[in-house]
Design a protein around this ligand. Structure first.
Ligand code: OAD
Length: 252
């Protein structure tokens, strides 16, 4: 079976082998605080300095991290088909740094390196270094408090990003959906995975643990993404190449 239209959905597990703690894993806690309680508008309203400290530390950890074989395998797969989209819940930039073109990535939970105004539309990118090393960043346009450009629990997703994902789905679905390194707890992630594969497509899950999507998957690989994805992508790429040769052949 050949896979020409491919949707990949990733979560924190894909960056775990780069040393970025997952949210619900044992290393997720920071200063004994539950990330699920820090990544909320309420936590920021109560203690913006604490929340900024957490984000600055995570930014620094991500700057020091490198893409792992899972990120590189996904970028390789994308290079083999023109119909490819990655929906990642990760706010790090490791997919991008692994060579996946920006236009093929939807960071559905935002980008940790964006600092944006909590009142007006001002935002800036801070990958290289922090604009404001400590203290609370204030908007240069309107003076309001700035916040990380991520989606917190209880906040709405960006409508333009939803549209990009929906436009990719098409009525007939994708040939293949790969879901890697996510607990898949959000309804929209489950919905995109299931609608994405449509009636005839394949759904492959890569996760050492069982998830709510496992029961729907055609195949589940219970190993780390950095082990499974390079192997899986090599097989898929071989399929894609032989499919292209077959279609180009005058004897088909
Ligand atoms: P989680 O921390 O909930 O889950 C990480 C998943 O990765 C788990 O299912 C692990 O079993 C799996 N995992 C761990 N190591 C792995 C590895 N080496 N290879 C493959 N899988 C591995 O992270 P997410 O599912 O990404 O949202 O969480 C989704 C969202 O919830 C996050 O984007 C964040 C969060 O709280 C917001 O902040 C809005």
């Amino acid at each position: 079976m050949t896979h020409r239209r491919i949707l990949v959905i990733t979560g924190a597990g894909v960056s775990a082998e780069s040393g970025i703690p997952t949210f619900r894993g044992k290393d997720g806690y920071w200063r004994n605080l539950d990330p699920m309680k820090l990544a909320t508008p309420g936590a920021f309203a109560r203690d913006p300095s604490l929340v900024w400290d957490w984000y600055r530390e995570r930014r620094q950890r991500i700057r020091n991290a490198q893409p792992n074989p899972a990120h590189r395998a996904i970028a390789k797969l994308a290079g083999q088909t023109s119909e490819f989209l990655l929906v990642t819940q990760n706010v790090d930039d490791l997919h991008l740094r692994a060579g996946l073109p920006r236009e093929k990535i939807v960071q559905i939970h935002g980008d940790i390196f964006i600092t944006r105004c909590s009142r007006c539309d001002f935002k800036r990118h801070e990958h290289e270094h922090e604009h404001d090393d400590d203290g609370l960043p204030k908007c240069p346009e309107c003076g309001a408090l700035m916040r990380p450009g991520v989606v917190w629990f209880g906040e709405e997703l960006d409508a333009a990003k939803i549209e990009t994902v929906e436009n990719f789905m098409t009525d007939s679905g994708c040939d293949l959906v790969i879901v890697a390194g996510t607990t898949a707890l959000f309804g929209y992630i489950i919905d995109w995975a299931l609608r994405g594969r449509g009636q005839t497509g394949q759904l492959i899950e890569v996760n050492p643990e069982e998830t709510s999507l496992s029961q729907f998957a055609n195949k589940s690989f219970r190993e780390p993404a950095g082990i499974v994805l390079p192997r899986l992508v090599n097989e898929l790429v071989a399929d894609l190449v032989s499919d292209r040769l077959r279609r180009a052949s005058p004897y088909r």
